[in-house]
Ligand binder design. Structure first.
Ligand code: PLP
Ligand code: COI
Length: 341
């Protein structure tokens, strides 16, 4: 199959329209069969639930070309489950999880020419999303919904690829206690836009959000979970009910324990502990693992011993193992790799 004419090596994290997307409609209490379409436009009433009350959630996963030339996806069943959880929390009808995986397969296969070649450093980002599509004016859930998946080829999320970034401790909160931080609701990202624009204007790549109730514990960034390495080589990831349960983070913890024989702790992480860690990284589908070199906290700096030049050695090992599994260089745990074509 001939690949699209794209400069794969120099892609950033942006939107490039690919030929096909998947669409399914929910009406009269049921989802239809769904279909692939070339039409990238969404036409809805001005009073749609998504436009008035932000009734929308989404997912993010990637397709890869492996060393062996297969096109694969990484753990799409977990994205299906998380989107199910997001939908229910937003009073939306969940899209059936088996149909979600099937729709991912259909849309990736149809856009196979846009799955970046092995070794290019790029991947095909897959964006499933759903929204309330019929008119609501009183505050209540919509009656009709649309579920869609589009794809776009992407390069690294942060400029500079895998160079360590500098982030700041945000003065804004991302998620309220007992709120929606643990689901992938569009509203979580809308309210983070002012914080990220502010951080970028000040020269930082991302925000570190603390727990809003006490501001003493580390939560996550706008689009990735944190992962810390202690000086004796233990992987530590923050635990909180208002953090999005990252599939990348859960996979990395498994890899650390079962492939690399490391100790893993998923627990509350105090902000005051950060100065004692050896390495810090952000993990997520888009971020993969992006090393953090420095955290700026109101005039003070926390500098990790791994420095600003390259990834620390432990995070590098985790990165190599995870991407090795995704790209077919290392054998994957049972059920992690969905072969599509
Ligand atoms: N945290 C937030 C707020 C995110 O938006 C994402 C991205 O999906 C993640 C964490 C990482 O999750 P995952 O590894 O499942 O992509
Ligand atoms: C992802 O990693 O898939 C996300 O949704 C994060 C977003 C900031 C791009």
């Amino acid at each position: 199959m001939e690949k699209a004419n794209i400069d794969w090596e120099n892609l950033g994290f942006g939107y490039i329209k690919t030929p096909y997307r998947f669409v399914s409609d929910y009406k009269n209490g049921a989802w239809d069969e769904g279909r692939l379409t070339e039409d990238d436009k969404v036409v809805i009433t001005e009073c749609a639930g998504v436009l008035q009350y932000a009734q929308t959630c989404f997912e993010g996963l990637k397709a890869y070309t492996t060393l062996h030339g297969d096109i694969v996806c990484f753990r799409p069943d977990l994205n299906a489950r998380r989107m199910h959880d997001s939908a229910l929390r937003l009073e939306m009808p969940a899209f059936p999880q088996d149909k979600f995986v099937d729709a991912v397969r259909q849309v990736v296969k149809a856009n196979a020419a846009y799955v970046p070649p092995y070794g290019s450093g790029a991947t095909l980002y897959i964006r499933p999303y759903m929204f309330g599509s019929d008119a609501v004016i009183g505050v209540k859930p919509a009656n009709e919904y649309q579920f869609r998946i589009f794809t776009t080829p992407v390069g690294p999320y942060f400029k500079g690829g895998v160079k360590p970034i500098v982030i700041k401790v945000s003065d804004f909160d991302r998620a309220a206690p007992h709120g929606t931080g643990h689901i992938k609701a569009g509203l979580n990202y809308a309210m983070s836009l002012h914080a990220i624009v502010t951080a970028h204007q000040e020269g930082f790549a991302e925000n570190m959000y603390l727990d809003p109730a006490t501001r003493s514990k580390v939560e996550e960034t706008g689009g990735a979970n944190f992962l810390f390495i202690t000086k004796d080589g233990t992987v530590v990831t923050p635990k909180s009910d208002s953090i999005l349960p990252s599939i990348t983070r859960r996979s990395l913890c498994y890899v650390a324990e079962h492939y690399l024989g490391m100790k893993v702790e998923h627990r509350e992480v105090l902000f005051s502990e950060l100065k004692d860690f050896a390495e810090c990284g952000l993990c997520g589908t888009a971020a993969v693992i992006s090393p953090v070199g420095k955290i700026y906290d109101h005039g003070k700096e926390i500098c990790f011993p791994s420095g600003m030049e390259k990834m620390g050695p432990v995070i590098q090992k985790l990165y190599d193992t995870l991407t090795g599994i995704q790209m077919g260089r290392i054998e994957a745990p049972e059920g992690w790799i969905e072969v599509i074509a």
